[in-house]
Design a protein around this ligand. Structure first.
Ligand SMILES: *Cc1c(COP(=O)(O)O)cnc(C)c1O
Length: 371
């Protein structure tokens, strides 16, 4: 099946009890035991598993072409479970430009529990080779990255990492549907489903998808149900509903973003535009190789640094000043001030999550805000 068809049907079945076409939401926390004491219907207690979570996991796993998936209450919860599945003394290699919450998890929580981590620029393959150690168990790739839209060659990094006997994880939050990490040899995929999967800024969630349902994934599974950072049945239902329109929404996000990037690239008040779809972008060629379209996220640097950037964000009328991404409404954000001390974001940088409004209106809004 093609991806649009999978998105509509994966994880969905007609409810055998009622014939309902839309999957019912099962709020029950506990499930009946058979007379002999078994659970022949497969569910016992909602933290362990429930019908809506199972449907979501099967749906997302099918969409990504994986073997199994484990859903969590947030993208960070999913990330956390992967690191928790490692052991003290293990070494993690992470992209320097990874989501700041991911770096913060490693630095502030997991270093204290005995993980070791190095943050490197994974768009530089020589640097990846140099940073590998005998104890390296996992490489964390995020592409395109946040907020500079750096592109990492997934297949090339996976090859190097696998030669060293380590696992390759791809945070695919920014490019669902557009980028197929399992085809490029990633072992695990993570999504913050709070973003494009949910798609409407009204539900938080995260998911880990495994290419092979092996012992490492089973450790993540047991962290899910014994650790308890699980999503509610309603949240699972919302995310699976979001997935049904995901391929078509991604297409529209990408088309709009490409138009906005072209406009900004020619604007006299704009210093630099970071969008992998622009031929001038340093990662354009690799993006062309590993993405079907270039995504709905972009960032740009205003001429005049922080004050100029803040001024633009203050003046937009359609773009909403808010963090996060992947919803139907366009958002504008000054990353340096949200990330705080230690940020790698340039002070003049504004990040845009391009929504599903008409691109002409978005361009007009940015034009008046840039002055
Ligand atoms: C938002 C985000 C996360 C974290 O997800 P939450 O659902 O906010 O916990 C992780 N990675 C990327 C790339 C993100 O954009």
């Amino acid at each position: 099946m093609k991806i649009e068809t999978l998105a509509v049907h994966a994880g969905h079945a007609i409810d055998p009890a009622t014939g309902a076409v839309s999957t019912p939401i099962h709020l029950s926390t506990t499930f009946e035991r058979d007379i002999e004491g078994t659970y022949s219907r497969g569910f016992m207690y909602t933290r362990n598993n429930n019908p809506n979570r199972q449907a979501l996991e099967q749906g997302v796993s099918a969409l990504e072409g994986g073997a199994a998936a484990a859903a969590f209450g947030s993208g960070t919860g999913a990330t956390m479970a992967i690191f928790q599945a490692l052991a003290p003394g293990d070494h993690v290699l992470a992209h320097i430009d990874a989501y700041y919450g991911t770096s913060r998890l490693l630095r502030e929580i997991f270093l204290r529990w005995g993980l070791e981590a190095d943050f490197i620029d994974m768009s530089n393959l020589a640097e990846v080779k140099k940073a590998l150690r005998p104890k390296t168990k996992l490489a964390w790739i995020e592409t395109p990255s946040n907020p500079l839209l750096k592109v990492v060659d997934l297949a090339a990094v996976a090859r190097i990492v696998h030669e060293a006997g380590a696992l390759c994880v791809c945070d695919n939050t920014w490019a669902p549907v557009l980028q197929r990490p399992f085809d490029l040899d990633a072992d695990l995929i993570v999504h913050s489903t709070t973003k494009y999967f949910g798609g409407h800024c009204d539900v938080a969630g995260g998911i880990v998808i495994a290419k092979i349902d092996n012992e490492f994934f089973q450790r993540i599974r047991s962290i899910q149900y014994s650790g308890g950072a699980v999503p509610s049945p309603f949240d699972c239902w919302l995310i699976l509903r979001g997935m049904r329109t995901l391929p078509w929404r991604m297409r529209a996000h990408c088309e709009n973003a490409a138009k906005v990037a072209d406009f900004l690239a020619q604007h006299r008040q704009v210093e630099r535009v970071h969008y992998p779809g622009l031929p001038s972008h340093p990662g354009h060629e690799i993006a062309q190789k590993q993405m079907s379209m270039y995504g709905g996220m972009l960032s740009f640097e205003a001429k005049g640094g922080r004050d100029a950037a803040m001024n633009v964000a203050a003046k937009t009328k359609i773009f909403i000043r808010a963090t996060s991404l992947g919803g139907v409404e366009s958002l504008i954000e000054h990353r340096a001030s949200i990330e705080g001390p230690g940020t790698t974001s340039p002070e003049g940088l504004l990040r845009l999550s391009i929504g599903l409004e008409n691109a002409d209106d978005l361009i007009e809004d940015l034009d008046q805000a840039l002055g």
